[in-house]
Ligand binder design. Sequence first.
Ligand SMILES: [Zn+2]
Length: 221
Amino acid sequence: MITHHPKHELLELHVKGQLPASISAAISMHAEMCPLCKDKLEELTLSQSTTVFESTSSQINTADNFDMDFSNMIDSITSSDKVYIEKPVAPKSVNVRGHEYIIPRAIDKVAQSQWQNLGKLSRARLDLNEGDLHTSLLHIDPTGTVPAHTHKGFELTLLLDGSFEDELGAYTKGDFIWLTKSHTHKPETKDGCLCYTVSSNALQFTKGLARILNPIGNFIY
Ligand SMILES: [Zn+2]
């Protein structure tokens, strides 16, 4: 069961269209897996559209702006008997080290780099052009781990498939995990996992030799 959700403020910013695309995509993907947040987003969207409508409708002079010829409009809509049927689009899948995954719709059009491997970690960058905000798909093979680290900025992880755990808990598919510099953790996965990650800065390792670990940090960021 999903136990980690985006905070209410993030959902509000998402509805207002005020988040970077990478974070908005994570919220959309989470909501597709989380009925609770899907409902919240629908409520927020409704109240947001009501607010926008009320603030703009007071500026509209109905007498001047609404003298459209509605019968002409309806005629033009119904004059063609062509029926447009939307073709179902096959979901895009990706194969990482022999594991097949479906790419969520919110990111299936985003340009993606080749997969690169480092030990049990595999990473493909998503090209969203957001400067310091780096977005990737990160795959960890079964029994893989990321060395203990904290974050100079923030690290958002959306667990797309599989499971992992750290000092802060165990995570399942759909969990939306937002960590900042107040968190230190060492993620480990028994069965492997695929994550969508957004980071604003490189990892800072808290144990072990920086010169050995920094390549891993750059790899993940
Ligand atoms: Zn949720």
